[in-house]
Write a protein that binds this ligand. Structure first.
Ligand SMILES: [Zn+2]
Length: 458
C-alpha cells in the first residue's frame, strides 16, 4: 500500500510541469485597486459638512488630484425642508443628497460610517453614539483602501462656535485612523492575506501611512488658527470651468434640499453680485478657506501648499511621538470630561502644536444646566478633605458639586459641578461676550488648584 502511494506521487510529479520545472514563469499577484487610490480623503460628520471644503476640493480636482469622502452619519435628524420624511427615512434621502453634491464636483468615491446624529457638543457622547470601535475599524479600512496622501477633517477640540460633537468625532476618528492605518498590527484581519481562493473573512488590504493631516476649525474666533496652515482663496477662477471656486462650492451645495431649501430658494432670487457677497461673507466661506496643519511626516512648511513635499509612493509607518505626562502635585484638581480627554488626545497623537483655547471655552444655551466635570487626584497615603468653590457671573447658580468632600488615599475621584444658567433675554441682539467661570479647590486651607472656563451664553 505504501509503495503504491510513492508511485502515485511520482506519477503526479511527472504530470505537473510547475512542480517538475525548476525555471517557472512568475505570475503577477493582484495589487490594490487603482480606481480607489486617492490623493485627498475628506472625513466629515454629516451630509452638507463637505461644504466646509468644497471650494478647495474643486481647486484640487482642477490640479488632477483624486478625492474621496467619508461621512460619519447619514444625517437622519433635524428639520426636513423639502419633504415629509424624518428620522431613518430622512437619512436615506440625505445620503443621496450628499452623493449628488459630490458628483456635481466629480467625486464619486463616497462612504458612510453608519454613526447616528448626536445632539451634543460633547465628543465623548458622539463617539459612544457612533459605536467608536466599529466606526474606527471602518475608517481604517477605508484609509487602507483609498491610500490617501492627505487627510482633511474637522479640528478635534472644544470651542465657542458651531462645535458640534459629531464634527469633533469625525476629526478625532480621522486622527486615530491616520495613526493606525499604517500599523500592521492594528486591525490585522484587514491586512492579512487570504487563506483560500474565495476568502470570506480576511481582507488582503495593505497597511497605508498617510503623509499629512490638516484640520478646518469649527470655531468662532480665528485668532488662534492664524498662521497655522495654508489659506486658499475661494474667489480664484477655476481653470477647468472658468467659474470662481465659491460658485463651484455653491453649485454642489444645491443638492442639500432637505437641509437648506429655504436658503437655496432665497439664493435663486439673488443676482450674481449679491450671491458672491453672501458666499464670501463671514457667515459663509469668507474670502478664503483656512486649514490648520495637524502633522506632516514628509516635511514641508506650516503655511505651504497642502501637497508641498509630497511625492508619490508609500512611506514607512510612523508611530506617533507621545509627549511625556505632565508632572502633578500629590493633591490636584483638573477639568474632566472632554476637556481633559483632549489634553491627553493631543499628547498621545503628537499634536502638541494643535491650537486650543486657553482657558478652555464652550458656548451653551441659556436656561440650561452647565456641567463642569472635575478629576480630583489624591496620591498621598491618607484620606484628604477637599473643598470646592465656584465663582460665577451674576445670575448663575451652582446647584450641586460645591462644598466639602473626602477623597480616599491613592484615589482619583470624579466630581461634577452643576450650574443653572440664566435665560438670554429674547431681545438681546448684540453678540454676547463670553463670561469667566472659576473653580477653586482647597485642602487644609491650602489651594490645590484653580480652573478657569470661558462660557458664552446663547
Ligand atoms: Zn454637520
Amino acid at each position: 500500500m505504501k509503495r503504491f502511494a510513492t508511485q502515485l506521487v511520482f506519477f503526479l510529479l511527472l504530470l505537473n510541469p510547475v512542480l517538475c520545472n525548476a525555471r517557472q514563469e512568475p505570475t503577477a499577484l493582484p495589487s490594490g485597486d487603482e480606481r480607489y487610490k486617492t490623493d485627498i480623503l475628506l472625513v466629515v460628520a454629516h451630509p452638507d459638512d463637505e461644504g466646509a471644503a468644497t471650494p478647495y476640493l474643486a481647486r484640487a480636482l482642477d490640479e488632477h488630484k483624486r478625492v474621496a469622502v467619508v461621512f460619519g452619519t447619514r444625517g437622519s435628524s433635524g428639520a426636513n425642508e423639502a419633504g415629509a420624511e424624518q428620522a431613518a427615512a430622512l437619512g436615506a434621502v440625505r445620503e443621496i443628497e450628499a452623493r449628488n453634491a459630490l458628483t456635481t464636483l466629480g467625486i464619486t468615491n463616497v462612504w458612510f460610517l453608519g454613526g447616528k446624529d448626536t445632539a451634543s457638543q460633547n465628543v465623548l457622547l458622539s463617539l459612544a453614539n457612533w459605536d467608536h470601535g466599529e466606526s474606527l475599524a471602518q475608517l481604517v479600512r477605508l484609509v487602507r483602501l483609498t491610500r490617501p496622501e492627505v487627510i482633511l477633517t474637522f479640528l478635534p477640540g472644544t470651542f465657542i462656535g458651531e462645535d458640534h460633537g459629531d464634527h469633533q468625532a469625525s476629526g478625532l476618528l480621522a486622527t486615530e485612523a491616520f495613526d493606525l492605518a499604517g500599523d500592521p498590527v492594528a486591525f490585522p484581519e484587514q491586512v492579512a492575506g487570504p487563506t483560500k481562493r474565495l476568502e470570506p473573512y480576511l481582507e488582503n488590504l495593505r497597511p497605508w501611512q498617510p503623509k499629512k493631516i490638516y484640520y478646518f476649525p469649527d470655531a468662532d474666533r480665528e485668532d488662534i488658527f492664524r498662521g497655522k496652515g495654508p489659506d486658499y482663496s475661494v474667489k480664484e477662477i477655476s481653470k477647468s470651468s472658468k467659474l470662481p471656486y465659491w460658485r463651484l462650492g455653491l453649485d454642489s451645495f444645491r443638492s442639500h434640499q432637505t437641509q437648506a431649501k429655504v436658503f437655496l430658494d432665497k439664493v435663486a432670487q439673488m443676482d450674481e453680485a449679491q450671491i458672491e457677497k453672501m458666499a464670501t461673507s463671514d457667515s459663509f466661506w469668507t474670502e478664503s478657506l483656512h486649514f490648520v496643519l495637524g502633522k506632516s511626516l514628509v516635511g514641508g512648511s506650516v503655511t505651504g501648499d497642502i501637497f508641498e513635499d509630497i511625492t508619490p509612493g508609500a512611506i514607512p509607518f510612523a508611530r506617533p511621538e507621545v509627549s511625556p505626562e505632565p508632572a502633578r502635585p500629590e493633591l490636584s484638581v483638573e477639568l474632566g470630561g472632554s476637556y481633559s480627554f483632549y489634553v491627553e488626545f493631543r499628547r498621545a497623537h503628537g499634536l502638541t502644536n494643535l491650537p486650543h483655547p486657553e482657558p478652555p471655552e464652550i458656548a451653551l444655551q441659556g436656561h440650561t444646566t452647565m456641567v463642569i466635570p472635575l478629576w480630583v487626584r489624591n496620591r498621598t497615603a491618607k484620606t484628604q478633605e477637599i473643598s470646592i468653590a465656584a465663582t460665577l457671573p451674576a445670575g448663575w447658580t451652582a446647584q450641586t458639586g460645591t462644598g466639602k468632600f473626602t477623597v480616599a488615599a491613592k484615589q482619583v475621584a470624579a466630581a461634577r459641578i452643576e450650574v443653572m444658567l440664566p435665560a438670554v433675554p429674547e431681545n438681546e441682539t448684540k453678540k454676547p461676550e463670553p463670561q469667566e467661570v472659576s473653580v477653586r479647590a482647597d485642602s487644609n486651607g491650602q489651594s490645590i488648584g484653580e480652573i478657569k472656563l470661558r462660557v458664552e451664553l446663547r
